[in-house]
Design a protein around this ligand. Structure first.
Ligand SMILES: NC(=O)c1ccc[n+]([C@@H]2O[C@H](COP(=O)([O-])OP(=O)(O)OC[C@H]3O[C@@H](n4cnc5c(N)ncnc54)[C@H](OP(=O)(O)O)[C@@H]3O)[C@@H](O)[C@H]2O)c1
Length: 330
């Protein structure tokens, strides 16, 4: 099977790319080539996906059985992909987001039949609009789409709600004994999934024509509280977390840029029913407990100082929220 991944070297997708090569896929990765993730055995195509002429030049007359777009966010990205891949592919996979599921949830247990509705977060509404456009193309043109909705997935990133997504900032704060913010009282339920587990479920869907016109989430069955997530990270670092609980509503007021991600996603208790992916991919079930997975993540950071980027603006924003909250109760 010959596959094209648009992106393919990111937080989730790098693990999937490596496993795809190991499973024998002929894999092409199209990206700008700025990421350092190494995927030996893949073929690199260099182009900015937002520059159609460069993309066509990079793709030449290559044909693919499967195309996965890891970095489509808005309907115009989908129109571009339809124009590029409408003819010839046997499967196109759109990476959506589990944040698209109904908020507030009517039921804590999410299945693929849970309605898609998110009045709080534009990112999620855009993903919903992408899904709707693709399902229309499936119905009207037989476009062979499969939709995958990752929930919070980690490997070379810390799975956190606040603290500098994609950076080492939160770990650095914990090691320095500085306070960290946990939204709410930290007791809401959340699921984090190691990218290797996601990859095994995901790759099981490629080339399966039963998956066309279908949507899936692929998550761990381990359910944690947010307190437990931050405490487990701290334990793995060998320190105690100095947690300050702050209501999500308050954080959203003093830091409006966090409102969508908190009120449209991480504030709510969410647990996933993975029956559907298990039915499609025999033998699938996540096997990496967070306690072990986070140690792998921290070992990856520990191996190279260049990976341990601390985001000064994320740090300053956390301090600003903490100070405002302390003042409010002074
Ligand atoms: N991580 C999560 O917890 C989570 C949860 C829900 C949904 N998702 C979804 O998962 C997807 C992100 O996956 P990811 O975390 O693996 O990716 P990512 O970390 O966002 O990585 C982005 C990838 O795309 C490439 N890229 C970025 N801009 C590009 C451009 N203009 N042209 C060509 N290539 C470009 C990057 O390489 P270069 O920089 O070299 O171009 C890299 O390979 C998104 O659709 C997101 O909505 C993620």
């Amino acid at each position: 099977m010959r596959a094209l991944f648009i992106g393919g070297t990111g937080f989730i997708s790098a693990a999937v790319s490596r496993m795809a090569v190991a499973q024998g896929l002929e894999l092409y990765l199209l990206n700008r080539g700025t990421r350092t993730a190494d995927v030996p055995g893949s073929h690199a195509l260099t182009a900015d996906i937002h520059r159609p002429d460069d993309v066509r030049a990079a793709l030449k007359d290559l044909e693919f059985d499967v195309v996965v777009d890891w970095i489509a966010y808005v309907p115009r990205d989908i129109e571009r992909d339809l124009a590029l891949f409408r003819h010839g592919v046997t499967q196109y996979v759109f990476i959506s987001s589990a944040s698209a599921y109904q908020k507030p949830p009517a039921d804590y247990l999410i299945t693929e039949a849970t309605p898609l509705h998110n009045p709080y977060w534009q990112y999620s509404r855009d993903k919903i609009a992408c899904e709707e456009r693709l399902m229309r193309a499936y119905r009207e043109e037989g476009f062979p789409v499969t939709i995958v909705r990752p929930s919070m997935t980690y490997d070379t990133n810390l799975p956190i709600a606040l603290g500098g997504w994609g950076t080492y900032t939160l770990a650095d704060r914990l090691l320095a004994g500085r306070p960290i913010i946990v939204h709410g009282d930290g007791s809401s339920l959340w699921v984090v999934t190691h990218a290797d587990d996601f990859a095994r479920g995901f790759l099981g869907l490629l080339g399966d024509d039963r998956a066309l016109g279908q949507a899936f989430h692929i998550t761990s069955d381990e359910v944690l509280t947010w307190n437990r997530i931050y405490e487990t990270i701290a334990e793995a670092l060998g320190v105690e977390a100095r947690i300050v609980h702050i209501p999500s509503d308050y954080i959203a007021q003093v830091a409006p840029e966090m409102a969508g991600s908190l009120l449209g996603d991480k504030t709510w208790s969410v647990v996933f029913d993975n029956s559907k992916i298990k039915a499609f991919v025999p033998g699938f079930g996540a096997v990496v407990p967070f306690r072990d997975g986070i140690r792998r993540t921290l070992a990856w950071f520990a191996a190279d100082a260049g990976r341990r980027h601390v985001d000064a603006s994320a740090n300053a924003e956390m301090d600003r929220i903490l100070e405002a909250y302390a003042r409010a109760f002074a």
